[in-house]
Ligand binder design. Structure first.
Ligand code: SAM
Ligand code: SF4
Length: 329
């Protein structure tokens, strides 16, 4: 097995976020509009075999951590089978999943058996009526049941991802953080990232204020995160079972430690979430490229990975690449 490739800025690239669908059963305000979403056609989406082949090639190149994401990954019928097959690829050192939790209650056990060990579940509120407002679907109870099921099954880490929006859910920061006292869950607060000229643009709530809101709960001690955690700063309250993470991708950029590649459901490789640059691996797959040619294209993209994003710069106020559901977060 090769050791992980490095980019031109000496960053070791060993983590792949693999989006297996652009479809979703929620419509979160900050991610996906209710109407007017252009869905990929079936033929545009990578097949099961194509996904597995690309995963194998990446892992053979030294990419050792893979996260399955979407859209909503569990909305793809083959999700379990894909997890099982990818988990079995030799050289993989951890398969994880990011889900909105809607289908998790029924699938948690099978996902664990398939080889998923870490699960991130998106949850922006503890209030059912607000959940409906944010996701446009009345499914809070199902997601909560999914979080509880994930706890029971024994995943090594269960994280809750909360996108904080000013005036929408910033008043729940403390309540969500308190979950870490009752449950062994990591609650991660995420700054809203402005994709396109978005209606939530005015609702940006900075990481520094998230931290301020947490202070009354007790002293927050810095804590170690996992390697594949990317841009989160980690803390824990004394005596808590779980940790707190703050992901300030806009206010603080952590590009110098970025180890990620992203593969979209239609087979485009992205080396930066906020860059429009993509490498069309689907084209290579469907025009008879050999594994070594695909690996060479991946390596070439890695070498061109940008040094940093420019999202927080005042001049950078325009739309960027694709919406989040189409990249995979
Ligand atoms: N559907 C799954 C879910 O919601 O967990 C996986 C895909 S979703 C695109 C991955 C993550 O991106 C979620 O945690 C979601 O909250 C986050 N996300 C989506 N749009 C975002 C935005 N504009 N800013 C910050 N985070 C966003
Ligand atoms: Fe769907 Fe996840 Fe986007 Fe919400 S954040 S609309 S659950 S893809």
């Amino acid at each position: 097995m090769s050791s992980a490739p490095s980019d031109s800025f000496h960053r070791k690239i060993d983590y792949l976020r693999l989006s297996i669908t652009d479809r979703c059963n929620l419509r979160c305000l900050y991610c996906m509009p209710e109407e007017g979403v252009t869905k990929l056609q079936h033929s545009q989406i990578l097949s099961y075999e194509e996904i597995v082949r690309l995963a194998r090639i990446c892992i053979s190149m030294g990419i050792s951590k893979v996260r399955i994401t979407g859209g909503e990954p569990l909305a793809r019928k083959e999700a379990l089978e894909l997890c099982k097959t990818i988990a079995g690829i030799s050289g993989l050192d951890g398969l994880s999943l990011t889900t909105n939790g809607v289908l998790l209650c029924d699938l948690a056990e099978e996902l664990f058996r398939a080889g998923i060990r870490r699960v991130n579940i998106s949850l922006d509120t503890l209030k059912p009526e607000r959940f409906l407002q944010i996701t446009r679907r009345d499914l809070f109870e199902r997601v909560w049941a999914g979080i509880m099921a994930a706890q029971r099954v024994g995943f090594s880490t269960v994280k809750i991802n909360t996108v904080v929006l000013a005036g929408i859910n910033d008043d729940e920061i403390k309540d969500l953080a308190r979950l870490t006292f009752r449950y062994a869950v990591h609650v991660r607060f995420i700054e809203f990232m402005p994709f396109a000229e978005h209606e939530c643009r005015t609702r940006f709530f900075p990481a520094s204020q998230i931290l301020e809101r947490l202070r009354p709960l007790g002293s927050l001690e810095a804590s170690n995160g996992e390697e594949a955690d990317g841009p989160a700063l980690h803390y824990a309250f004394k005596g808590a079972l779980g940790k707190i993470g703050i992901i300030g991708a806009v206010s603080n950029h952590f590009c110098s430690s970025c180890n990620r590649l992203r593969l979209t459901a239609d087979g485009k490789l992205k080396t930066c979430l906020f860059s429009a640059d993509e490498t069309d691996l689907r084209l290579l797959l469907r025009t008879g490229a050999k594994d070594c040619e695909i690996a060479a294209a991946i390596l070439s993209a890695v070498r061109k990975k940008p040094e940093r994003h420019h999202l927080g710069d005042p001049v950078f106020r325009k739309a960027i690449s694709r919406p989040m559901f189409s990249i995979g977060g």
